[in-house]
Design a binder for this molecule. Structure first.
Ligand code: 5GP
Length: 116
């Protein structure tokens, strides 16, 4: 798995433009280019893991940090109280297309049933 394969690493390196809503040493959050809700942000650890399961084994604190950062962004977006969905797609059948783990934060309108 080459690091060059990761769109998110290229965004972190500013080789690809993105609408960055938050960044610190460990995490970057960007608006999804094809939003599925009024708020659709991708919360991404800067260190690359293939999916959420790999991250959970390797660095559970970082996994928890993604959820905390998502809550803070939800608050900034004014949707913490109205509600939001956090989602990891894991591997092909789930629709994962970028194999650098990322937490989807969705909200800003009623999102429908479990799978949207
Ligand atoms: P996945 O399907 O892997 O869970 O999610 C990948 C997400 O990345 C998709 O929601 C897709 O719209 C988003 N995406 C794909 N290419 C780009 C891009 O170049 N920039 C941004 N900001 N998002 C992207």
């Amino acid at each position: 798995m080459s690091d060059m394969d990761s769109l998110f690493l290229r965004i972190i390196e500013r080789e690809v433009p993105a609408d960055i809503v938050r960044e610190d040493e460990r995490v970057i959050a960007i608006r999804d280019i094809n939003p599925q809700a009024p708020t659709h942000v991708l919360v991404v650890p800067k260190k690359r893991y293939r999916n959420a399961a790999e991250l959970a084994v390797a660095d559970p604190e970082l996994l928890a940090e993604l959820i905390t950062v998502a809550r803070e962004i939800a608050a900034q977006e004014g949707i913490e109280e109205s509600g939001y969905r956090l989602l990891f797609n894991t591997n092909e059948d789930a629709g994962q297309t970028i194999f650098h783990v990322h937490l989807h934060l969705l909200g800003g309108e009623p999102l429908g049933g479990l799978t949207g």
